[in-house]
Design a protein around this ligand. Structure first.
Ligand code: PHE
Length: 334
């Protein structure tokens, strides 16, 4: 009996897993286990020896069971601890985070421009970027073979199709769709074969058009001055210079007092004290004829501006290409 006990304890010492322990349990307490067969062999003993021997086996069985239970809970505890340890979270580690984008400075400037005109009652009109020669030039009074067509470094898609060189074709499309009064702006991408510090082959313009009875140059001036004051500050000086566009007559180039040197002359305004901001004019009656508006009854004005140019001035950016390089260090500043 003592030898069974000794060998059990000896084996128990080397147990280091629950599996191993359950093997040991089977070996001693199982149906064919050592203790069980010891019990069975009681019947072969003389009757008077049975109670004493039976008690010994029972005691041994009880203590083996108790030992196994004890080791089992010890092993379970240890397993739980290692599991918890392996699953523990180091709250001092930096978290996983998502990089949030910011609005592109061009989109931001574009929405600022659009918002100002929407508040003044202009709606928004769109047109195709791949445009017919008819809308980009002809209906805007650029005669065929007129040198003004070369003025705009056009990308030709085919003989009569171009990438629109300005947003002015949307004027014509917008007027074809409805009768006066009309008052809309047309923001969008335009294309010219040109590339340097201040020009990219793709850039953005916002066109504006207002047609009604009794529209005069003063209305044009009033709208544009109100816009420029909201965009660049109420104190900004504005001036209109005579200019030429085939689709407006008279035409003007609109300047603001240089926002960098306040007019005293600097590198950005090339010493002039003025910055050219947009082109504008009274809609040429020839254009009205193309869209079948009555030129005796209606007058109107139109204007167009480059979004990149305005963003460059607003944010003091001296190279237009920065807008298109997508350098995150540049874009994060906005
Ligand atoms: N479309 C002209 C340009 O791209 C700008 C403009 C628009 C001028 C409307 C007058 C009226 O240069």
């Amino acid at each position: 009996m003592t030898s069974i006990k000794d060998s059990f304890y000896a084996e128990l010492k080397s147990v280091n897993s629950l599996n191993h322990l359950s093997d040991l349990k089977v070996k001693y307490l199982g149906k064919k286990g050592i203790i069980t067969s010891e019990m069975k062999s009681l019947s072969s003993l003389p009757v008077d020896e049975r109670p004493a021997h039976g008690k010994k086996i029972n005691d041994l069985k009880t203590s083996i069971e108790a030992e196994i239970d004890r080791i089992e809970s010890e092993l379970k505890n240890r397993e739980l601890k290692t599991q918890l340890l392996s699953e523990s979270i180091d709250v001092t580690l930096p978290g996983k985070y998502t990089l949030f984008g910011t609005e592109h400075p061009i989109n931001r400037t574009l929405s600022e421009i659009v918002d100002i005109f929407v508040k003044m009652g202009f709606s928004i009109e769109e047109g195709p970027e791949v445009e017919l020669d008819y809308y980009n030039f002809e209906a805007l009074n650029f005669p065929k073979n007129h040198p003004a067509r070369d003025m705009q470094d056009t990308f030709f898609v085919s003989d009569n199709t171009v990438l629109r060189t300005h947003t002015s074709p949307v004027q014509v499309r917008g007027m074809e769709k409805r009768n006066p009064p009309v008052r809309f702006i047309a923001p969008g991408k335009v294309y010219r074969c040109d590339a340097d510090m201040t020009h990219t082959p793709l850039f953005h313009q916002v066109e504006g058009l207002m047609v009604d009875r009794h529209i005069t140059f003063s209305n044009l001036k009033g709208i544009l001055v109100a816009f420029l004051h909201q965009m660049f500050g109420a104190e900004t000086p504005v001036r209109f210079r005579p200019s030429f566009f085939p689709f407006t007559e008279p035409s003007a180039e609109v300047d603001i007092g240089c926002i960098f040197c306040k007019g005293s002359g600097c590198r950005v305004c090339k010493g002039s004290g003025w910055l050219e901001i947009l082109g504008a004019g009274m809609v040429n009656p020839r254009v009205f004829e193309y869209v079948k508006y009555d030129t005796e009854e209606f007058t109107g004005f139109a204007f167009g501006m480059g979004v990149e140019r305005i963003a460059m001035l607003k944010y003091s950016i001296d190279d237009i290409r920065l807008f298109f390089e997508n350098d995150i260090r540049f874009l994060r500043q906005f």
